[in-house]
Design a protein around this ligand. Structure first.
Ligand code: ATP
Length: 298
């Protein structure tokens, strides 16, 4: 075993997430109000969310040394979200509290007929390159950096460029679907779309393979997740579970895959580890509340 892999295995892998931090405001209602109408709902919950924060919490529970780079607002949600990171062992040095700005929220209305979601970026929209630059030492010391598309794309490009310059592998989870120039996807170690994101973002080449196929890890819900080997797509089945709630499945998968790769696992073992972690998450209710701890996986 080479020297740097031995060192890696002797300490926890260092993972940095540059991304969004949200409070999910979930209203459960039988009836959805029409314009000008007021109705009574059945229940209301405030749940910790945001793809960046979810992935940070999941990676920390799976045993990584995790740093979060992002911003919350200077409101009650902001303080609670920082406390939540601390309770989960996520380092918050890189989390700023933006003055006169609300924290990012997702207003989620769950009814029998459909779900309606309104996201307000709030402080997430103020994660700019100056903020990331300020914490670039954290990025440089990381084994892996994991990013999603819920912060300004300009900041994302800057983050990927730092990773490239410093030779730190970056995993791009291209969610929610947003256009990004090919040079940034080329700079990624892995790209982790779900099937819908992959179909929207990556064209098929003349040989029938999708662009960047050699970096693509595609999550496929109940089918598991796939990767490409010798020009063929290999689908690895998920853990067989009784599905309770799939919220946060993708975030748990991404975090676990990053932990696996940072620990030196090969791609198949990292996907198997991520399928197991995400399977445990879908077996429980809630996004962060369902995310497993390392001891549950073994
Ligand atoms: P979400 O947006 O709901 O978090 P996603 O669309 O990003 O999810 P999915 O492809 O639905 O991601 O699921 C991610 C991973 O979760 C899958 O690759 C698989 O490991 C696990 N998973 C999802 N659904 C199931 C299921 N029904 N049974 C077992 N595992 C599942």
């Amino acid at each position: 075993m080479c020297w740097h892999l031995m060192v890696r295995r002797m300490r926890k892998p260092k993972i940095t997430i540059v991304g969004s931090i949200n409070m999910d405001l979930v209203t459960i209602t039988d009836e959805v109000a029409k314009q000008g109408e007021t109705v009574h709902g059945e229940d209301f919950r405030t749940l910790f969310g945001g793809k960046g924060a979810n992935q940070a919490v999941a990676a920390a529970r799976l045993g990584a040394d995790v740093s979060m780079i992002g911003k919350v607002g200077d409101d009650a949600f902001g303080s609670r979200m920082i406390e939540n990171f601390e309770a989960n062992g996520v380092d918050t040095k890189g989390v700023g509290m933006e003055e006169d700005t609300p924290s990012g929220i997702a207003n989620i209305i769950v009814s029998d007929k459909d779900n309606r979601i309104i996201i307000v970026a709030g402080a997430n929209g103020k994660v700019d390159r100056t903020h990331v630059e300020h914490f670039s030492e954290i990025i440089k010391e990381s084994d892996i950096v994991l990013v999603q598309f819920e912060i300004p794309m300009e900041t994302l490009r800057y983050t990927i460029n730092i990773c490239k310059k410093e030779d730190v592998p970056v995993i791009i989870n291209p969610a929610p679907v947003t256009a990004l120039e090919g040079e940034y996807f080329k700079a990624a170690a892995y790209i982790t779309p779900n099937e819908h994101e992959r179909a929207s973002l990556f064209k098929m080449r003349e040989d029938g393979l999708p662009e960047y196929y050699d970096k693509l890890i595609t999550t496929q819900g109940a089918q598991g997740a796939s990767y490409f080997k010798d020009g063929r797509e290999i689908v690895m089945p998920p853990k067989s579970v009784d599905v309770v709630d799939t919220t946060g499945a993708g975030d748990t998968f991404n975090a676990a895959f990053a932990v696996g790769i940072a620990e030196g696992k090969d791609i198949e073992d990292a996907i198997a580890f991520a399928n197991t972690a995400a399977g445990l998450a879908v077996g429980k209710i809630g996004a962060q509340s369902g995310m497993p701890y390392r001891a549950e996986i073994g």
